[in-house]
Write a protein that binds this ligand. Structure first.
Ligand SMILES: Nc1nc2c(ncn2[C@@H]2O[C@H](COP(=O)(O)OP(=O)(O)OP(=O)(O)O)[C@@H](O)[C@H]2O)c(=O)[nH]1
Ligand SMILES: [Mg+2]
Length: 319
């Protein structure tokens, strides 16, 4: 049996080793990847995809750990994708013995994977959407995608989510800045974590006041207070995430979110395809070597050259 058929069979049988294998093959651009993805797109079901973003150190990973505990207690399965993780996950182990038994190695209902977001072109990894698809094909009830919310590629990753959770924490001065930078627009649910610290209530009030400025919400994003390290407020947070997904379904907005994620995946792949196409043509006809020489002699600059290459190779003469 071909490797890709084996992997797909394994995904159908919910074997975690097959999922791990599939992700590796897709990430490394293996020749098997297109076959696996083709089947995975057919298999994918109804996972709830939750994007989790926020400034460094606000407690996203701790919150994910804690959410895993609650999701498992409710009898659901969960896959976690951490994009560029800087802090480790414990696999739902932080909440004490009750949850510690369900470590990531023994619990079949939990699966972790880390991805690099900046492997290619400095932007969104073209594989993020594909890896999410593999997780969907595996059939997790929830898929949590954690990324540090500091730049455009993180915002891009959130385009794959049905619900976006924005995490903040008191005492991190940059948070109001983050709000200005458009975080307010991308969040469906807001979480003020580290509520055991002073100023949490003030931050909740500030956030709610800012959200109240927009009177046109179809869905007014709720603000939930949590102490992720103790699991406090986390069941309520999951309730709000569930409510948001229910709202999307009721109002027929889920399809919009799904097509937004297809667009993100298409964009990432188009970028790669066009760059590969242009570079290989320019390399084989000698244009690339000439162009690089011109650049080093200061006769042109990269942006102008890029436009020219697109014209040369992508736009047909009679267009
Ligand atoms: N006091 C307090 N500390 C917390 C809470 N949640 C997380 N922490 C601590 O905050 C620190 C950062 O937590 P992480 O979960 O790694 O934060 P993160 O947002 O994932 O960080 P990056 O991935 O580096 O952006 C850790 O030392 C946690 O133990 C909380 O509710 N209260
Ligand atoms: Mg983290």
């Amino acid at each position: 049996m071909y490797l890709h058929n084996q992997v797909i069979q394994g995904l159908r049988e919910k074997k975690r080793a097959a999922l791990a294998r599939a992700v590796t093959l897709v990430e490394s651009g293996s020749e098997h990847a297109p076959h696996i993805l083709e089947q995975a797109y057919k298999l994918k079901g109804r996972s709830k995809i939750v994007g989790i973003t926020g400034s460094p150190g606000v407690g996203k990973s701790t919150l994910v750990d804690s959410l895993i505990g609650v999701i498992r207690e409710r009898g659901h399965s969960v896959g976690v994708i951490a994009v560029d993780p800087s802090s480790p996950f414990t696999g739902g182990a932080i909440l004490g013995d009750r949850v510690r038994l369900r470590s990531r190695t023994t619990d079949d209902g939990v699966f972790f994977r880390s991805l690099a977001s900046r492997g290619y072109l400095g932007g969104l990894s073209r594989h993020t959407g594909e890896v999410i698809t593999l997780f969907e094909a595996f059939g997790f009830d929830y898929i949590l995608v954690e990324t540090v919310g500091t730049g455009q590629s993180e915002v891009d990753i959130m385009r794959y989510a049905h619900s976006v959770l924005v995490v903040m924490a008191p005492g991190l001065g940059d948070d109001i800045q983050a709000i200005k930078a458009g975080i307010l627009e991308i969040g469906d649910v807001f979480c003020v974590n580290k509520a055991d610290r002073p100023d949490a209530d003030r931050d909740v009030a500030v956030l709610e006041a800012m959200l109240a400025l927009n009177k046109d919400w179809q869905w007014k994003p709720p603000v939930v207070k949590t102490v992720a390290s103790q699991g406090k407020g986390v069941p309520e947070l999951l309730d709000k995430i569930d409510e948001h997904l229910e709202f999307l379904k009721q109002s027929n907005l889920l399809e919009e979110r799904v097509s937004r994620s297809y667009l993100a995946a298409l964009e990432a792949n188009l970028r790669r395809e066009t760059v590969d196409l242009i570079l290989s043509k320019a390399r084989s006809d000698g244009t690339l070597a000439h162009a690089l020489k011109q650049l080093s002699e200061g006769k042109t600059y990269p942006a102008a050259l890029a436009k020219q290459l697109v014209k040369t190779y992508l736009i047909r003469r009679n267009d």
